[in-house]
Design a protein around this ligand. Sequence first.
Ligand code: MG
Ligand code: MG
Length: 272
Amino acid sequence: MIIAKTREEIELMREAALVVSKTLGEVAKAVTPGITTLELDKIAEECIRDQGAIPGFLGLYDFPNTLCMSPNSQVVHGIPNNTPLVEGDIISIDCGAIKHGFYGDHAYTFPVGEIDADTEKLLQVTKESLYVGIRELKVGKRVGDVGYAIQKYCEDHGYGVVRELVGHGLGRVMHEDPEMPNYGKRGRGKKFIEGMVVAIEPMINMGTQRIKQHKDGWTITTLDGKPSAHFEHDVAVLDGKPELLSTFAYIYEALGIVSNEENEFRQKALVL
Ligand code: MG
Ligand code: MG
């Protein structure tokens, strides 16, 4: 059952999402060749606790750390370790936090130094597909409309859309109804309702959509070893339309990137 939130609850969830957004901004400053994912994990845990929040992934389903750290061909759920990042890597960083009893859950794939043009394109298209999907999140539309939009956008670029892992409703628990696949058919699935909050999170592979799970029980990689990207926003349905609760603004500020994508998205969402 989809749990609708009140306007007040959505404002509390925005605070939880912003804890994660700010944390990813702090982590972004440190993503450089030579740093280990465990060091980044420590930065994130401290940053979350400094904001009066609790790491949302630590201990959840027995996950051992604050961040899911998935470099290169890892799709999601990678465990931080002592291997330093290398120039040319990409690193997908997924972060969760609990504030006011609500979860924030938000992810970004970072380039480490200079990366090759094909991988750059994968990151760009995956991020664009996130907004393409979120635009469909309106009262009266359905889960399949978001999935279809993301799938079409990414497959038109020749990429593989992971099937086994999906976005989800978000609230006082990390994974609420509905499941939000990044593939689907228009007009199918559960109907969106006012006050719902979801995490939309395309996981897109440069090559095959197929994946494999590692023996650690967590790490998931592409079957062909090609890179995979992951971007995630927390979004509420407010006044019938999608409202971003998380923001990449802190990441862009840290990286010196000028981007108007979220404002552009808001303007488009208003006229749809
Ligand atoms: Mg996440
Ligand atoms: Mg999620």
